[in-house]
Each structure stands twice: as structure tokens, then as C-alpha cells.
Design a protein around this ligand. Structure first.
Ligand code: NAG
Length: 309
């Protein structure tokens, strides 16, 4: 009991990316540039979609939701990292650390479920175009989005509560720039067997969307290949290309993050962590708006409206 009290008053130390101050400064400057880009880019996507009636359809509503999750996702870790660097501290409170861990898991899961919803939406649009509006109804959209949030939180809260009940009696140094579940478990002096088992279950829940995405794209490609017309193929690739790019970026970096030995953490891992926490959320708006004519038109309208008013 005394040990738990101690940890809840003591908080944790975020070691950062590397042990070298120079590299730490480079990461600080990188985040200082990327974070505003993430905020502005994703906000513009949401504003453009909501202000243009041409984009009032499920595909774009899901994209707006993805942008919203990305804004929150990068806001959980980056502002704290920037503030700590400026204030010259590495401290985070016990509660702050658990909140960070919980939100990162919840938003990461929600993100991947929304990516799956987007893939399902494309699969229905391409393989059953005549039934699209009846299958992906407004009610269905809301259900899919709410479902993504519920599953996201359901797959983070148990891990947070289990981590909160551990004792941290010795080392309080988290080997990352934010509180992540694996470095936290490593620090505990309690028996973490059950936590690790639950984590494997969490990985399974997290991987379900990847299976849905694969099935959706198999359907998309089967449909496109069955009726091989250049026009159909171009349409399929233009609507799915951006999404596939984002999916690969996201899952590529997640696997780089979590499929590695617990005790290795070097510059390469730091770069992957930066990709996962900062670069991917910043890139999504560009991937979608640079390749998409309707998105570009909506952004153009958004700016001309603002200028004329
Ligand atoms: C998320 O999706 C729902 C349902 O399609 C939509 O009503 C809502 O406006 C979207 N949220 C954002 C932030 O765009």
C-alpha cells in the first residue's frame, strides 16, 4: 500500500526519444512544425466537408471523423512533450500518465475502426452501387461511427484500470516521450502476467479492422476485375488509392511500434514513434485532398467564401 501511495504522488519521468540532448532538440523542432500542420490540415478537412453540400455523403463524413480523431490523437502527446521541453522538465503526474496511455489506446483503436468503416463504405459503393444508399443509410453511418468510439474505449479502459492497479516501486523512468502501455508495464514491480495476457487480447481486438479492410478490398478488386473497364478501374483506384495509402501508413507504423522487443529502444524506434504519433495524423489531410478533385474544390470554395465575407 505504501508503495502505491508513493507512486501516485511521485508520478513518472518521460525519458524522451534518445539520451542525446541534440537529437532531443531536433525532435522538438520537428514536432513544433508538425503539430500546427496537423491541427490546421485536419480542421480544414472538417470545415470543407461540412460547408460543401456536394460532400455531404457517408464517405466524406467518415473522413471528417478520421480527421477529428487525428486532431485528438496528436493533442494527447505532442503539447505535453513541447511544454516539457520548453520548461526543461521530464515529469508527468501519475494521473496524467494514465490518462495519456488511456487516450492513446482509445484513439488509436477508434482510428483503426474508422479506417475499417471507410473501407467497408468503399466496398459497398463499388460492389453494390445500386443498393449503396439503402445499405449505408444515415442511421447506419451514425451506428458505425458510434460503434468505433465505443469499441475504441472498450479496448483501452480495461488496460488502463489494470495498469493503474499495479505498484511502481523502483524505477519511474518511462522509455518514451509519452506514457505508453509497454514501457509502463516494464516499470512495474507487481506481477504483470495478467496485464500481458489482456494486452494480447487487446492486440486481437485492434487487428479486427485490418481483417475487415482486407476483406473489403478483396471485394473491391474482385468487382473491378469482373467488369474490366478502364473507367471503372480508374474510379475505383481514385477513391480507394488515398484510403489504401493511409491504411498502409497507419498499420505500417503501428507494427513498427509494437512488434519489437520490449527492451530495445534506439533512434530507429524513435523515428517510428514519431511517424506513428505525429507524421501519420499530419499526412492524412494531404493524402486525401491532394488526390481528390471534389476535396480540392471544397477547399477552394471554403477559402473564397472566407475571403469574400
Ligand atoms: C462523423 O460522422 C457522423 C455520421 O456520418 C456525422 O454525422 C458527423 O458529422 C461526423 N463528425 C464530424 C466531426 O464530421
Amino acid at each position: 500500500m505504501r508503495e502505491e501511495n508513493q507512486s501516485s504522488t511521485q508520478g513518472f519521468i518521460l525519458l524522451g526519444f534518445t539520451s542525446q540532448q541534440k537529437q532531443e532538440d531536433v525532435f522538438f523542432i520537428l514536432f513544433l512544425f508538425i503539430y500546427p500542420i496537423t491541427l490546421i490540415g485536419n480542421l480544414l478537412i472538417i470545415l470543407a466537408i461540412h460547408s460543401d453540400v456536394c460532400l455531404h455523403n457517408p464517405m466524406y463524413f467518415f473522413l471528417a471523423n478520421l480527421s477529428f480523431v487525428d486532431i485528438l490523437f496528436s493533442s494527447v502527446t505532442i503539447p505535453k512533450m513541447l511544454a516539457n521541453h520548453i520548461l526543461g522538465t521530464k515529469a508527468i503526474s501519475f494521473g496524467g500518465c494514465l490518462a495519456q496511455m488511456d487516450l492513446m489506446l482509445a484513439l488509436g483503436n477508434t482510428d483503426s475502426y474508422i479506417l475499417a468503416v471507410m473501407a467497408y463504405d468503399r466496398a459497398v459503393a463499388i460492389s453494390r452501387p445500386l443498393h449503396y444508399t439503402t445499405i449505408i443509410s444515415l442511421r447506419c453511418c451514425v451506428l458505425l461511427v458510434v460503434g468505433s468510439w465505443v469499441i475504441g474505449n472498450a479496448n483501452s479502459l480495461p488496460h488502463t484500470l489494470l495498469t493503474a492497479s499495479l505498484s511502481f516501486c523502483g524505477n519511474h523512468e518511462v522509455a518514451n516521450f509519452y506514457c505508453d502501455i509497454t514501457p509502463l508495464l516494464k516499470l512495474s514491480c507487481s506481477d504483470i502476467q495478467f496485464n500481458v495476457k489482456m494486452m494480447y487480447l487487446g492486440v486481437v481486438v485492434f487487428s479486427v479492422p485490418l481483417i475487415c479492410i482486407t476483406i473489403s478490398y478483396v471485394r473491391v478488386f474482385a468487382t473491378v476485375l469482373r467488369v474490366p473497364s478502364t473507367k471503372g478501374m480508374l474510379k475505383a483506384f481514385s477513391t480507394c488509392g488515398s484510403h489504401l495509402t493511409v491504411v498502409s501508413l497507419y498499420y505500417g507504423t503501428v507494427m513498427g511500434m509494437y512488434f519489437r522487443p520490449l527492451n530495445s529502444y534506439n533512434l530507429k524506434d524513435a523515428v517510428i514513434t514519431v511517424m506513428y504519433t505525429a507524421v501519420t495524423p499530419a499526412l492524412n489531410p494531404f493524402i486525401y485532398s491532394l488526390r481528390n478533385r471534389d476535396m480540392k474544390a471544397a477547399l477552394g470554395k471554403l477559402f473564397s467564401q472566407r475571403i469574400s465575407s
